[in-house]
Design a protein around this ligand. Structure first.
Ligand code: ZN
Length: 202
């Protein structure tokens, strides 16, 4: 069986078409300027698009022997709400047994109460986008506390500034994005061109 993964160009077209990838002049809450902005849930609001993206990512995992040999006794784990549709889509495609997701509660990332040690299958951590890798790293600590083994990690988009390896497993991504981020308005190309900035939340 030939398993095709759409090209990075095709996938970027999908993100543009759905509004998940936007070009312009954006200012982030930390004051940084950028000519691009990702809002991934805009792609995941369309069921068909969500399915294409999740199935493509799942194919990258299935190619890993350590993962395919353990299915279906695998858990798919999302670090945050943005990764939940990715986790459900990847779970469907891989027919994995479990799904978990972490949430920010009182300023701390955690799983829901009574998610217990020993019940969590070997896991694949998935997210919609990996920017700094901060959320993923916090999730690794949570998974270790639950005594589960990390056998995979991946996202639809990975910024090239993010880690490409985690706990000895490669970080899979459909799109590796070359990030342009300016520390201040003096360095920003769009500021120099006098383009009106849009303030965005993360
Ligand atoms: Zn600017």
């Amino acid at each position: 069986m030939v398993e095709l993964i759409p090209s990075q160009d095709t996938l970027m077209q999908i993100l543009k078409r759905t509004g998940a990838f936007r070009e312009g002049h954006f200012v982030y809450p930390n004051g940084k300027h950028s000519p691009h902005y990702f809002q991934m849930p805009l792609a995941f609001r369309y069921y068909d698009t969500a399915r294409v993206l999740a199935v493509a990512l799942s194919r990258k995992f299935r190619l890993e022997k350590d993962i395919s040999s353990q299915l279906p006794k695998v858990s798919i784990i999302s670090p945050s709400s943005g990764g939940i549709p990715v986790a459900f889509g990847v779970r469907d495609a891989l027919n994995a047994e479990q799904i978990y997701w972490a949430e920010q509660e009182q300023g701390e990332r955690q799983f829901r109460q009574y998610v217990n040690q020993g019940e969590v299958n070997p896991c694949i951590i998935v997210d919609d986008i990996i920017r700094s890798g901060h959320a993923i790293n916090e999730t690794v600590d949570l998974v270790k506390d639950l005594k589960s083994k990390i056998i995979g990690c991946g996202a639809i988009v990975r910024f090239d500034s993010a880690p490409d390896e985690l706990e000895g497993v490669p970080v899979k991504s459909l799109i590796d994005f070359d990030v342009k981020m300016y520390e201040s308005d003096e360095e920003c190309t769009q500021c120099k061109e006098g383009i009106e900035p849009e303030h965005v939340r993360f």
